[in-house]
Design a protein around this ligand. Structure first.
Ligand code: NDP
Length: 325
């Protein structure tokens, strides 16, 4: 008789640490965890490299007296993490079970088991959420000046926002655009003094405070033809003839997957205790750590994100040691 034995499926190996996100924070965690021989797996997420990968010159990261381009800084960090054995996968988290041990992560391609988890999935650009804006994304509406600035060459454009992101974008876009109008819903611009002064001193940048965008024109033409704007004090509407609109109105934390699983603040940022420990109903959730912009609404700098990534990796090491690894 010809009996066929079906081989049992190999059990899924349990990892020591999985890092969600490949921005400054996740990569720093990967460097530290890698150097501790934990062979971290990094799930790169929807925006590989995070916010630094879509920024231009980073002038305030220590060690670079002349500044460094954001994408180059990220690439260097990734190489550094790989050198210490970090593994990278272009997969996205579909669901996560934080109540089981090992922790179970499901991506669109695989199921991953891990003893510890570092959540470093950062924050993403915010939109105005006007139907016309959404319809024209990629057709003259963009949230990434670095990616799409070139396409605004020789055009009059608008940048929305009044914080440092908006100033940075506006200044960067003066390389391409003939005129940049900065539209801010508030009277007061929130940007730091130095950035605001730089933007104000630029001959191509014009300020339009106390103004909201009501509609992006050009949906039928599939190309931005102007903005219908409204002065908030007078209520008077007018048309601003621009051919491109860039958003620079801040970011949302990428923590939706953890709603109900972890304690989040009112804006969806992960709440942490002792810097990087996550909690559920006020109690520390063992083995689950968060670092970087997903839990930091205050500083949000590359160096603070890197610092908290380092802290998370060191706490992972301590946690695993405490559990006999
Ligand atoms: P901020 O939160 O500082 O500013 C957001 C801006 O967008 C505000 O002007 C806000 O207006 C406006 N805004 C928010 N939501 C809407 C909306 N729905 N419609 C219209 N306007 C809106 O975010 P940033 O991204 O600018 O900065 C975040 C942090 O990162 C800051 O700490 C900043 O210093 C830092 N940063 C530093 C840089 C650098 O040093 N090179 C570069 C970029 C950022 P309002 O004031 O009315 O709320």
């Amino acid at each position: 008789m010809n009996s066929q034995i079906t081989p049992a499926a190999a059990p899924t190996p349990v990892r020591d640490v999985v890092i969600l996100g490949s921005g400054c924070s996740g990569l720093t965690a990967a460097i530290y965890a890698g150097r501790s021989n934990l062979r971290p797996l990094v799930l790169e997420g929807h925006e590989p490299g995070g916010q630094l990968s879509i920024t231009t010159l980073v002038e305030n990261f220590p060690g670079w007296p002349d500044g460094i381009q954001g994408p180059e800084l990220i690439e260097n960090m990734k190489k550094q993490a790989e050198r210490f054995g970090a593994e990278f996968k272009m997969e996205h988290l579909v669901s996560v079970d934080l109540s089981s041990r090992p922790i179970k992560l499901v991506t669109e391609r695989s199921t991953i088991l891990t003893r510890t988890l570092i959540i470093a999935s950062g924050a993403s650009a915010r939109w105005l959420n006007l139907p016309s804006e959404q319809a024209l994304i990629g057709h003259g509406v963009s949230s990434c000046a670095t990616c799409d600035g070139f396409f605004s060459s020789g055009k009059e454009i608008a940048v929305i926002g009044g914080g440092d992101s908006a100033m940075e974008e506006a200044l960067f876009l003066t390389r391409f655009a003939t005129k940049v109008t900065l539209i801010n819903r508030s009277e007061k611009f929130r940007a730091s003094k130095i950035m605001l002064e730089r933007a104000m001193a630029h001959e191509k940048i014009e300020f339009l405070p106390n103004t909201t965008v009501e509609e992006v024109l050009g949906v039928d033409e599939k190309d931005v033809r102007g903005l219908r704007i409204k002065n908030r004090s007078t209520g008077v509407e007018s048309i601003l003839p621009v051919s491109f609109m860039f958003l620079g109105i801040g970011h949302e934390p990428n923590a939706k997957a953890f709603t109900g699983l972890l304690d989040l603040d009112q804006d969806g940022y992960i709440l942490t205790r002792d810097d990087v420990y996550t909690t559920k109903d006020g109690e520390i959730l063992p083995g689950v750590f968060a670092c970087g912009d997903i839990k930091d609404r205050k500083y949000r700098q590359a160096i603070t994100a890197a610092g908290s990534g380092c802290m998370a990796a060191l706490e992972v090491e301590k946690f695993l040691e405490g559990h006999g690894r």
